[in-house]
Design a protein around this ligand. Sequence first.
Ligand code: UD1
Length: 365
Amino acid sequence: MKIISVVGARPNFMKVAPIHRALKKYKKDIIHLICHTGQHYDANMSDIFFKQLALPAPDFFLGIGSGSHAEQTGRVMIEFEKLLISEHPDLVIVVGDVNSTIACALTAKKLHIKVAHVEAGLRSFDRNMPEEINRILTDSISDYLFVTEKSGLVNLKNEGIDERKTFFVGNCMIDSLISVLTLTESSNILEKLKIAKNDFILVTMHRPSNVDSESRLKGLVKLMNSLSIHKKIIFPVHPRTAKNLEKFGLKEKINENIIITDPIGYIDFINLLENSDLILTDSGGIQEESTYLGVQCITLRTTTERPSTIEEGTNLLVGEDYSKAEEEVMKIINGHRKIGNIPDLWDGKAADRLSEILLKNIIHS
Ligand code: UD1
């Protein structure tokens, strides 16, 4: 039995790493291979994650790179189809909601190869987000849908997906987080950036809706400048955001006391997150990681596809309203903190459950 798992962009690596580890236990029955589409290609957006997550070098690298949505998706499909025709896998595993996810799921299905989607069922109900389109389409053609939180089961049911295909296994990304928590002690990122525990705000921002327009990005710079009067700010900058700060001439407008860095590796980033006073973000994964760690998270988005982080966790949505964000940050700094719980099955064993299900359903069927 041959399985190919697909990784493309930064948030995919931490989801596939625990699956690879779990499937290795069944190596008598399963050959597990990894295909990297190359959607993300910078060393600090890709290579470092392989090293730190103990992922073997990918068996296949498609070298797709950047481009418009159609270019990126189309190029992945063309190259992945060639690979599938020569490798004949029994199953393709795709994770998350990036362009590589839908491109590979669609290619596999057209060749009558079974598809498993990890992180199925999440919905923001905002079809302007490219990720929402990728999620809906991928779920609609997948054979095995592995769900991270209960809202996913409800959403899939409402979309008419056969319940026999859906499995609530928990969160593979949290498996990775738990597996590196002992390693973060060896990180020296706090010393390197000359910051102290709980004494800084971490900021990450990369969604097109927040960083592609000049006025939105200007608003973010203004917000960070204003917050930097009260707390140190660490701002690891995603390539999309870096390009736009440059393009709109906003880099020079960022206060000097704000620490700007390149994208940061996984272990250092988790160390920063667990030691931050709060995080201001528009990421999907960070909403979950902060909920697991009990770190206060303010999300600059109007919707979230991860409602458990709001209902159970430490996440708060402030929409695209910078003054509301500032108000909420100040409340947290002044001690008004949300106490959260860890959602069901975010226990470090999601990939084990998922592998058992695959083994039972595919090999023994
Ligand atoms: C993609 C995902 C998004 C995910 C994010 C995590 C889609 C539709 N979006 O968005 O869901 O949250 O990854 O980062 O798949 N670039 C580099 N080096 C790299 C990668 C990208 O410089 O290694 C630059 C390129 O100029 C590119 C831009 O960053 O145009 C954006 O990359 P892209 O893959 O198009 O989307 P992301 O914004 O990263």
